[in-house]
Design a binder for this molecule. Structure first.
Ligand SMILES: Cc1cc2nc3c(=O)[nH]c(=O)nc-3n(C[C@H](O)[C@H](O)[C@H](O)COP(=O)(O)OP(=O)(O)OC[C@H]3O[C@@H](n4cnc5c(N)ncnc54)[C@H](O)[C@@H]3O)c2cc1C
Length: 312
């Protein structure tokens, strides 16, 4: 079989020429941790047609693919990723209709919340400071300050990445809110069977001044409590039932614990930060050490919230 690179060049010469498909793209430039080796093939489709065509070629030729949002919840291997990384960055349209907002997967949550504010719609204030894309937020059921994506989401469109579906007359499918099977940092998208395309959020009319003030307050709280000035992937671990991760880690004496360029944040012990030049191996070593210490001392198993991508 042709190798993946020459196959993609021969099938999509225009996209390669236009820079929409690139080779050996450093993934450290596409994630908030600033860590990760190269993507063998990297593409930023500009529409659903291109996305489907790329997935079709990947599936037909057994080329692995990975869907990348804004990379704010990922630890990507130092070895990078074989196959195709599909960034949703260009699938980023937003629109407004009465009290509903529609967002494509690659739109940033920040822009979505900005649009809500612009139209005096309340219900997404909690999300205004969460980094990442709408697709990533739906995938993760992202949440903060008592709110979760599930509270505002009305419905979504998605693709089933198999050849029969991609080649069917209408490959775009619909999910109602309850069909997302949302729970704490979970959604049906984590089954790996679906690719999120867009969502509609149903909000309520509110006072723009009150909405803006709440967004500002939450932003200030983030800057006060989280290491926003250093590269990270947010909270590394899910919150274990009945405990606060940061306190468990702190009580183990691990504040500032460092391996290579990666360290438990001084400011918030639930975060691991890249102090400069950290590798994925450094971060993973810190994670394993924290998990071991917390388990031995408190008998609590810390499960990672960030997603480990590629070979460790
Ligand atoms: C400083 C900081 C603070 C943070 N604070 C919070 C917080 O308060 N609350 C919170 O919940 N999270 C928080 N996070 C984590 C992160 O912002 C969220 O998990 C976010 O929703 C991830 O979105 P993303 O676009 O970056 O997804 P990515 O990191 O790119 O991807 C995450 C997963 O989603 C999948 N994915 C992305 N798009 C699609 C798609 N269209 N279809 C199918 N799968 C897809 C990817 O394959 C991957 O498995 C924080 C992160 C940082 C860096």
């Amino acid at each position: 079989m042709e190798n993946a690179r020459s196959l993609i060049i021969s099938r999509f010469p225009d996209l390669v020429e236009a820079g929409i498909i690139r080779f050996d793209e450093p993934l450290s430039q596409h994630c908030s941790f600033r860590i990760g080796g190269p993507a063998e093939l990297f593409c930023e489709p500009q529409n659903i047609g291109q996305l489907i065509a790329l997935l079709d070629v990947a599936l037909t030729n057994r080329i692995n693919y990975f869907i990348l949002g804004k990379g704010s919840n990922l630890l990507i291997s130092d070895k990078g990723l074989d196959g195709l990384v599909v960034s949703t960055s260009n699938l980023n349209k937003l629109s407004h209709d009465d009290t509903c907002l529609s967002a494509w997967c690659g739109a940033s949550l920040k822009d979505l919340c900005g649009l809500a504010l612009e139209h005096g719609l309340t219900g997404l204030e909690f999300a205004s400071g969460i980094p990442g894309s709408v697709g990533g937020a739906v995938f993760m059921n992202a949440g903060a300050y008592g709110g979760e994506i599930k509270d505002a989401l009305y419905c979504s469109k998605y693709l089933i990445p198999d050849l029969d579906n991609l080649r069917s007359v209408d490959p775009v499918k619909h999910l109602k809110a309850e069909q997302h099977f949302f729970s704490y940092r979970r959604s049906i998208f984590q089954s790996g069977d679906f690719i999120h395309l867009s969502s509609v959020f149903r909000l309520r009319r509110g006072d723009p001044q009150v909405i803006a003030q709440r967004m500002q307050e939450l932003e200030q709280q983030r800057w006060a409590r989280q290491p926003m000035d250093l590269p990270s992937a947010g909270s590394v671990f899910k919150r274990p039932e009945g405990f606060f991760t940061g306190k468990l880690v702190d009580d183990c004496g691990l504040r500032g614990f460092q391996i290579g360029g990666a360290a438990v944040s001084d400011k918030h012990c639930g975060f691991i930060v890249n102090l400069g030049g950290a590798t994925a191996a450094d971060v993973l070593a810190v994670i394993r050490h924290v998990q071991k210490e917390v388990s031995e001392r408190f008998g609590v198993r810390l499960e990672t919230e960030l997603r480990l991508i590629g070979e460790a």
